[in-house]
Design a protein around this ligand. Structure first.
Ligand SMILES: [Zn+2]
Length: 497
């Protein structure tokens, strides 16, 4: 071990943690030995090593979506029409969605629970234009390192993806599992997915944490609600190809006529992409696909469902026996969603509003809050104590439904200190190490400090003496380069708003 540095870590009001062995130990020793040869040789080998690393990563099978695609098409719209009902099934529908946040055995590494409400907003942005509303039915935590990096297996017997993780599912909701990674055990090699739906029409789906706040989440939920890929029938999936002129659109492809034929989209920067960085289709072949469709493979280009897809979901919600118990029992109540800041200060009023619901409303708050203005569907609240650093609650109910008010959790005033910092106390020079901060109640962001001299930079200069880290690090997995200056000091984290 060359040039060890002592690190004292502080969550601002906590003592230094005891010594622990370094993580990535082999990796670091490898670095140090190389460095002791000489700097130029090190640089050459280091660059080669990084290129090799990049190559290895890009050769992993990382696929957008796993869902069994060879289930028979169930056309609920035709079933409704066959009964002689020609009225448009326009909704509204409210769907219960239950969130399972999966963590390691030690309770670490999870998707930030404070972001669940943002996820609900993201999903509603996709589904609300089709008169479909998503309600948060609940949040569950699962501490299990096996499930944290989930494996799924495909069963030909029931034509679905199975995993013991689904044993945690609740009945009256679609179950959304948030994991670190999801891998299918497959031959000749395993396949890594951004997201997996159990099958088309099901009540379980999985998304890896990195992709949770992207279009992958409404995409997988779309599968659960009976939507197929817009490229169904092409790109190796089962079924028949939709003609470019859409003549067979009712019988082939995704069975939805306002989604044009799709050759299977691959967004830039993958090797053989046919959607460029401006989300323009450049694949030719006479296709004019909807590159912004959530049920396509166009990655970050995806924004919307088409009306025909909305109708297909609503028809499934009306007719499917499997999906009946995910529909909110009290539609009016279920549609109510609040918007507004969940951090409230004493010197500044915060507006809390209720949307997608019918008046009148009855508001109440905990004693540490005051309602300064009440406009029926929205209130302005302030914290009573200027020095507050605590939780508060707001309740809103309809006069007619009042026994079940919606509860809104808010934070008053400044965030508290993080409980702890996880990571090594003694590190090598020129090493890459990782620190993780505990939760600071009331914090919406986190700021790190490292031993001086420190650079917050991108990219990191791996030949510099200074401690370095990337800008905008979260409290999770904050990678740090320790530099060659052998500078001892403190690693600290503070919550911010
Ligand atoms: Zn998919």
């Amino acid at each position: 071990m060359k040039n060890p540095q002592l690190v004292n870590k502080e969550g601002f009001s906590h003592p230094t943690l005891p010594y622990r062995h370094l993580s990535y130990k082999d990796f670091q020793v490898y670095f140090i030995n190389l460095f002791s040869i000489n700097k130029t040789l090190f640089k050459t080998i280091f660059t080669t090593f990084i290129l090799l690393l990049l190559f290895n990563f890009s050769s992993y099978s990382q696929i957008e979506c796993g869902v069994p695609t060879n289930t028979p098409n169930i056309d609920y719209g035709s079933i409704i029409e066959t009964r002689g009902v020609f009225q448009p099934n326009s909704g509204p529908y409210c769907i219960n969605l239950f969130f399972h946040i999966v963590r390691q055995n030690n309770g670490l590494g999870e998707f930030d629970p404070n972001e669940i409400d943002n996820l609900v907003v993201l999903l509603n942005d996709s589904f609300n234009p089709h008169n479909i509303f998503i309600a948060k039915a609940g949040v569950n935590f699962i501490n299990n390192s096996n499930h944290f990096n989930t494996t799924v297996t495909y069963s030909t017997q029931n034509n679905s993806f199975n995993t013991p993780l689904f044993n945690n599912s609740v009945n009256n909701a679609v179950n959304f599992y948030l994991v670190n990674s999801v891998r299918e055990i497959a031959y000749p090699s395993d396949i890594y997915y951004n997201g997996v739906a159990q099958k088309v029409e099901s009540k379980n789906f999985i998304v890896k944490n990195e992709k949770v706040l992207t279009s992958t989440s409404p995409h997988e939920l779309g599968h659960c609600l009976n939507l197929l890929h817009t490229h169904q029938g092409r790109g190796g999936s089962s079924g028949c190809e939709e003609d470019i002129d859409a003549e067979n659109c009712e019988d082939c492809g995704d069975f939805v006529c306002d989604t044009p034929a799709d050759p299977t989209l691959i967004p830039y920067p993958k090797n053989y992409f046919n959607v460029d960085s401006n989300c323009i289709y450049i694949g030719g072949g006479g296709f004019n696909p909807d590159v912004k469709n959530i049920m396509s493979y166009s990655g970050d280009c995806r924004e919307h469902f088409k009306p025909g897809q909305g109708k297909r979901i609503r028809d499934a919600l009306q007719e499917s026996s499997l999906l009946q118990d995910i529909i909110g029992s009290d539609l009016l109540y279920g549609l109510a969603t609040t918007v507004g800041d969940n951090i409230i200060c004493a010197d500044e009023g915060t507006i809390v509003e209720i949307i997608n619901s019918e008046p009148p409303y009855n508001w109440s708050v905990t004693p540490n809050l005051t309602i300064t203005e009440n406009n029926g569907s929205s209130i302005t609240v302030v914290a009573n104590n200027y020095y507050a650093s605590e939780t508060g609650k707001i309740w809103v109910s309809h006069f007619g439904v009042g026994q079940n008010p919606i509860e809104i959790n808010v934070w008053l005033g400044r965030p508290q200190s993080p409980e702890s910092i996880y990571g090594p106390d003694i590190v090598n020079s020129g090493a890459i190490v990782s620190y993780q901060g505990g939760v600071a109640q009331g914090a919406t962001s986190y700021v790190w400090w490292l031993p001086y001299a420190v650079d917050i930079v991108n990219p990191i200069d791996y030949f510099n003496d200074n401690w370095q880290m990337y800008p905008n690090n979260t409290r999770f997995n904050s990678q740090v380069f320790t530099g060659y200056g052998a500078n001892n000091g403190y690693v600290q984290i503070m919550g911010g708003q």
